[in-house]
Design a protein around this ligand. Structure first.
Ligand SMILES: Cc1cc2nc3c(=O)[nH]c(=O)nc-3n(C[C@H](O)[C@H](O)[C@H](O)COP(=O)(O)OP(=O)(O)OC[C@H]3O[C@@H](n4cnc5c(N)ncnc54)[C@H](O)[C@@H]3O)c2cc1C
Length: 472
């Protein structure tokens, strides 16, 4: 297969509608407000300030020169890591509260990445806290390590629940390791993660009954409790009240399920006041289909068409049991949605023009985004076989209507054609101004990693590269 055979620019065939023949209300193209990194930077500054504020009481309570021996130092390190762990646990839960401001400024995918990275730090802090305190106290009380653990469990209030909390966090932390995460079904992983709330509750008491800085009533103790209440309020708002309001207002239900390919379907949804949903192409919702087998599962899927006032659409590749069941959805099935989430949108670009690179079902969010990008965008769509190209006719229509260049790059990653296209020279040849564009990548992790490497070698700055790997 030659280079020319595998590429096609802006072909127009088949349907003359961007919506596969469906009508949509004439919604004026949104004058997309650009969403810069200001909010994100402010949140990062708040995070570091919070960390300093969490450790400051220990610093102020510890007179200079009071840490004379090894046991003193170990105990002090145990207390500091305890304060850090307590703070990080609150931040971890806050990041998953799905409060609108966090989702808008940081984005669900980035929050999840941060949550995963911070989770590892939290686990290290918890284990360090536990071991340093045991070793430090054993030294102070002249006991063996086992004797000290027994003494902590038997003589100190709330310590049994604190040990259980540490155990839960260890299990949850281990499921965050990529190799373990990818072999677990999404739902099992998700429900295991929900037990982190139990860790929050179980770990709460020992901080106040035994924590040197939090034991005494005063501003430090009050501030720490206020932190807990704030996180609790964010959880109730983001996880309960805001979704309740959204779903009562829009009452989404399945309108139609359409096969896009043997293993991919599009689900069309209708509802009330759809033109009032503040959503952007490239964003995703967590969807819960309220039928017998589906109501207890909530899975993330991106919008595959931009807002049009009449219906929403998601395009789903069958990869496991839940996605397989979605093929049998009946029109009229009620849908509970949480979102929109994500900063993988045209509004978050830094340059006027964009290059989109999609692999497989990764075309879904990019297809929606294409309607909101200014004319002149370019799309490279990687697929193994011509049959794997989804929404081909819609893309061809958009190529024409939105003056978008579309290249279908067919073949396995080792075929000469795709290899050449996904090289710095190939990218530059297709899109000569690639370094002056924002690049949006969505697809399997392998394709995304390979494309990032090629783009970086081409000279595209990191801040212009936006990633979505469908992994939370
Ligand atoms: C932000 C976000 C947006 C998403 N948008 C879309 C979308 O628009 N369209 C879409 O089809 N999917 C999308 N996904 C992926 C989708 O959520 C999962 O495919 C789905 O939850 C799998 O559920 P399951 O029970 O069928 O499979 P599971 O039992 O959870 O997984 C079955 C197997 O498939 C693997 N797997 C899971 N997801 C994928 C995947 N995307 N590609 C290849 N293998 C996978 C798992 O590792 C596992 O081995 C998105 C994911 C995220 C995080």
């Amino acid at each position: 297969m030659t280079y020319q055979d595998i590429t096609a620019t802006g072909r127009r065939t088949g349907t003359t509608s961007p919506y596969g023949g469906r009508s949509a209300a004439p919604v004026p193209p949104p004058g997309l407000p650009r969403r810069g990194p200001g909010g994100r930077r402010a949140l990062a500054a708040l995070f570091w300030l919070g960390l300093v504020a969490a450790v400051l009481p220990w610093w102020l309570d510890t007179p200079a020169g009071s840490l004379s021996g090894t046991t003193d130092l170990l105990t002090a390190a145990g207390r500091i890591t305890g304060l850090v762990a307590g703070y990080l646990l609150l931040v971890q839960v806050l990041m998953m509260s799905r409060v609108g401001a966090l989702e808008r400024w940081v984005g669900g995918e980035r929050l999840s990445r941060l949550h995963r990275d911070l989770g590892a730090t939290l686990l290290v802090a918890v284990l360090a806290h536990l071991s340093l305190i045991v070793v430090g106290y054993a030294g102070l009380e002249r006991k063996s390590l086992f004797g000290e653990v027994g003494s902590l469990l038997g003589n100190y209030e709330d310590m049994v629940s604190a040990f259980v909390a540490a155990g839960i966090m260890l299990v949850v932390g281990l499921t965050g390791i990529r190799a373990i995460r990818t072999v677990l079904p999404y739902e099992l992983w998700y429900h295991l993660h929900l037990t982190s709330y139990a860790a929050l509750l179980l770990g709460f008491g020992h901080q106040f009954s035994n924590g040197a800085q939090l034991f005494e009533p005063g501003p430090v103790r009050t501030g720490w409790i206020a932190g807990y209440l704030l996180v609790l309020a964010a959880l109730v708002w983001g996880r309960v009240l805001a979704p309740l309001h959204f779903n009562l207002r829009h009452r989404l239900q399945v309108a139609d399920v359409v096969a896009e390919s043997p293993d991919t379907i599009s689900i069309y949804l209708t509802g009330r006041r759809l033109n009032q949903i503040d959503m952007l192409g490239g964003q995703y919702f967590r969807w819960r289909f309220l039928n017998v087998g589906g109501w207890w599962q909530s899975h993330p899927f991106s919008l595959s068409a931009a807002a049009n006032g009449r219906w929403l659409r998601l395009t789903v590749k069958v990869v496991g049991t839940h996605t397989a069941d979605l093929r049998d959805l009946r029109p009229g099935t009620r849908v509970w949605a949480e979102g929109p989430s994500g900063t993988f949108t045209a509004a978050h670009r830094t340059r006027e023009r964009a290059l989109l690179i999609a692999g497989g079902s990764g075309i879904a969010p990019l297809r929606a985004m294409l309607e909101e990008l200014p004319p002149g965008a370019a799309l490279i769509y990687r697929a193994r076989n011509p049959a794997d190209v989804l929404m081909h006719q819609e893309l061809d229509w958009l190529a024409q209507a939105r003056q978008t260049s579309v290249w279908y790059v067919i073949g396995s990653r080792n075929d000469p054609g795709p290899r050449q296209v996904m090289s710095p020279e190939g990218l530059r040849r297709l899109v000569p101004d690639v370094t002056r564009r924002d690049v949006y990548l969505c697809g399997p992790a392998g394709l995304v990693d390979e494309a990032v490497r090629a783009l970086r070698r081409t000279g595209v700055p990191r801040r212009q590269i936006h990633l979505a790997t469908f992994e939370l």
